[in-house]
Design a protein around this ligand. Structure first.
Ligand SMILES: Cc1cc2nc3c(=O)[nH]c(=O)nc-3n(C[C@H](O)[C@H](O)[C@H](O)COP(=O)(O)O)c2cc1C
Length: 189
């Protein structure tokens, strides 16, 4: 029997370039997403939504973003243009986690963004629990107005992350982790 904290202790990211087929099928993905949206949510605002990218749409998405990258920098070298085009093609599945902010709410914006961020975190953990690999990426496209329009975001929506999901092609070693003793202190009055 696995120890209760194994899931948290063993999860680590797999670079999107190292993620291949298969990704979760639609039934498995629904179960994964259903579990991932079970996040703490101040005010029960549900300040997030999800956008699924699979197959050909991933290449077309990259092509649209590459056009935007070239518009931002007409001197962008061809190698970097190609990188933009292919960015979303490696992993077979990409879930865009979107924060949908409620500007009139008394719940601070940061708490709403953290809530959406927890969905992305749950996605990483859930994918790992199901035997898949995943990586949470942002990059310039997460912070660009025209990219937001291409993705179809509304006025108070922001990309929290592109979560790339698939099957690891290689064994990725874990990275060094912070030492708890460097981070933990005990408050005394
Ligand atoms: C909000 C957020 C955005 C990130 N964006 C990027 C990114 O754009 N490019 C990148 O190489 N890593 C990015 N990372 C880091 C990777 O997702 C990952 O955390 C890192 O490779 C180490 O993985 P692990 O600690 O999950 O094993 C981001 C992480 C977070 C939390």
């Amino acid at each position: 029997m696995s120890a209760p904290l194994d899931l948290l202790n063993q999860r680590h990211s797999v670079p999107s370039r190292q993620l291949g087929e298969p990704a979760p099928d639609d039934t498995t993905l629904r179960a994964l997403l259903q579990a991932a949206i079970r996040v703490s949510d101040h005010g029960k605002l549900v300040p997030f939504r999800l956008i699924k990218l699979r197959g050909e749409a991933k290449l077309q998405f990259g092509e649209r973003l590459a056009e935007r990258a070239i518009a931002r920098d007409p001197d962008l070298p061809e190698s970097k243009q190609e990188k933009e085009r292919l960015r979303y093609t490696f992993a077979p599945l990409v879930i865009v986690v979107v924060a949908c902010l409620h500007p009139d709410s008394s719940v601070p914006e940061i708490e709403q963004k953290l809530c959406a961020g927890n969905v992305a975190c749950n996605l990483l953990l859930g994918a790992h629990a199901l035997g898949y690999g995943a990586q949470w990426l942002t990059g310039w496209a997460a912070y660009d107005d025209e990219a937001a329009r291409i993705i179809g975001l509304g006025a108070h929506e922001h990309v929290i992350g592109f979560v790339h999901i698939g099957t690891p092609r290689i064994d990725v070693p874990d990275r060094d982790r912070p030492a708890l003793d460097d981070l933990l202190s005990t408050w005394t009055p």
